[in-house]
Design a protein. Structure first.
Length: 231
């Protein structure tokens, strides 16, 4: 399997964005973490900044991405990369947390993915999700990136509960990203994300939005953050 999207290179240096996600996940991260759909390791490197993470297993089945991921993680004794889907992975020791950042929208049967996550996790473990939100934002860019869907809160909560999880955190983030995505995907009908746009948004916009949303949780946003706990 080859990953067709071109956005991973553009997002590779979005450090403020990735550290924002990590800080939202951090209270729920265990010591043994699995990152599903790790891509080229952009978020993997950030996860390893969390002191509580003693072991990171990064899963990436795409043949054009895995060599880059493996090369990036090979010198870190706390990390390993495997060219697998979650349903094919048989861990020797059950993980405490499974992270999937901008991954579930790429999976045709996302409900089966959540059932697989529940099966693999240790009792009391957490699944940590960041997904694109608001179906009315879906456009050519989503389609080109291989997205099957964008989510709303009730849908995601229902799917997590059906898989057996208790929803501990579920809210929108990145309010300002709604306008950015709408212009890019719906107005301009673009099918790629220019690296220059990502760099500007990450360096200038994200620090401001992050501070504001730490004070007031937005009623809607470009993304949803969700934490489900295995009962």
């Amino acid at each position: 399997m080859l990953y067709p999207g071109q956005e991973l290179a553009a997002m590779d240096h979005a450090d403020n964005y990735h550290r924002w996600i990590l800080d939202l996940f951090r209270p729920y991260l265990g010591s043994r973490v699995v990152e599903v759909g790790a891509g080229i390791g952009s978020f993997s490197r950030v996860i390893l900044e969390a002191a509580q993470v003693q072991q990171l297993t990064a899963l990436e089945p795409a043949a054009n991405l895995f060599p880059i991921l493996s090369d990036r993680l090979q010198t870190n004794p706390r990390a390993q990369a495997l060219p697998l889907y979650l349903d094919a992975w048989q861990p020797g020791e059950a993980p405490d947390s499974i992270a999937a950042v901008n991954v579930m929208e790429h999976i045709g049967d996302d409900e089966q993915f959540l059932r697989d996550a529940y099966r693999v996790l240790a009792p009391g473990g957490t699944v940590l999700l960041l997904v694109p939100a608001l179906p009315w934002l879906y456009g050519k860019l989503d389609s080109q990136l291989g997205h099957f869907r964008r989510y709303v809160k009730p849908e995601l909560a229902t799917k997590l509960k059906a898989a057996g999880f208790r929803v501990e955190r579920l809210h929108y983030v990145n309010f300002s990203g709604i306008l950015s995505w709408y212009v890019t995907a719906k107005v301009l009908q673009r099918t790629t994300i220019p690296a220059s746009n990502v760099q500007f948004y990450d360096r200038i916009v994200i620090p401001v939005v992050r501070r504001l949303e730490a004070l007031v949780t937005p009623p809607v946003g470009q993304n949803l953050v969700c934490v489900g706990r295995k009962l």
